[in-house]
Design a protein around this ligand. Structure first.
Ligand code: B12
Length: 210
């Protein structure tokens, strides 16, 4: 089994004690950090989601897989974020109200930070009011990024996006993303941009802020 397959298996089965060693071994074996992330960890989380959907596993297993992935990402972080500067301005990011998923949001934050933004991460379950308060406190914000992972929190994303646009606050672009979000939905909620993954989110943020 390749190191990347071992990493995927460790994430899928929640082997949080093994993950750090495996990721370090893969890195010292010359594996590309992005490949470890995409083909190892993100792919494994996809399998975890499928198993959950088929009721082969339940929330606790999903949670240990998530913890394992988070530990693995910590090891990769310095490699993924290499060369970070903070000259492109501020980016406010958060997972919308009612939604506790943060792995994807954290990756987007990491990639946007390494692209050169100062990231203000509001965390998960962020209310519309909290986004607007943060924007008012940081009038020099260039990008606001909303994440949602549940179809049931898409309405919260819409409410937040609409309220941000209606707030009269200006000077920033709004981007949205997360597994259930589509280009069409992004347009419907009035976002300035949408993309499917963390690496392209950073490219998009740079383009919109520039
Ligand atoms: C891990 C996980 C959990 C963990 C989350 C831990 C954590 N700290 O994040 C826990 C156990 C808490 C959890 C809980 C629940 N979960 Co859950 N979870 C998952 C799982 C397996 C993986 C998510 C993940 O981390 N993926 C890996 C990351 C890297 O991918 P990502 O989040 O999609 O992010 C990428 C892109 O979407 C994009 N992106 C993300 N955000 C943004 C933002 C912007 C601006 C941009 C541009 C891009 C972008 O870039 C990211 C990186 O490339 C998914 C299955 C799946 N395949 O997604 C289910 C899944 C999302 N969960 C699901 C469900 C149902 C639940 C629960 C309701 C279960 C329950 N009965 O309690 C609860 C809801 C809790 C809540 N209120 O939020 C369903 C959602 C179904 C639906 N269509 O709505 C899924 C799809 C599983 C399934 N197949 O049924 N979950």
């Amino acid at each position: 089994m390749s190191k990347i397959d071992e990493i995927a298996q460790a994430v899928e089965t929640g082997k949080s004690k093994l993950i750090e060693g495996l990721v370090n071994e893969a890195l010292s074996g010359g594996e590309d950090p992005l490949k470890i992330l995409n083909d190892g960890m993100i792919k494994a989380m996809g399998n975890v989601g499928e198993k959950f959907q088929k009721s082969e596993i339940f929330v606790p297993e999903m949670l240990v897989a998530a913890r394992t992935m988070k530990k693995g990402v910590e090891v990769l972080k310095p490699k993924l974020a290499a060369g970070a500067t903070t000259s492109l301005g501020k980016c406010i990011i958060g997972t919308v109200h009612g939604d506790l998923h943060d792995i994807g949001k954290n990756l987007v934050a990491l990639m946007i930070e390494s692209a050169g933004f100062e990231v203000i991460d509001l965390g998960v379950d962020v209310t519309t009011e909290a986004f607007i308060t943060a924007l008012k406190a940081n009038p020099d914000t260039k990008v606001v990024a909303l994440s949602a992972l549940l179809t049931t929190t898409m309405p919260a994303m819409k409410d937040t996006a609409v309220a941000i646009k209606a707030s009269g606050l200006k000077g920033f672009k709004l981007i949205v993303g997360g597994a259930p979000i589509t280009e069409d939905f992004a347009k419907q909620v009035g976002a300035d941009g949408y993309t499917t993954d963390a690496a392209s989110a950073a490219v998009l943020a740079k383009k919109l802020a520039g």
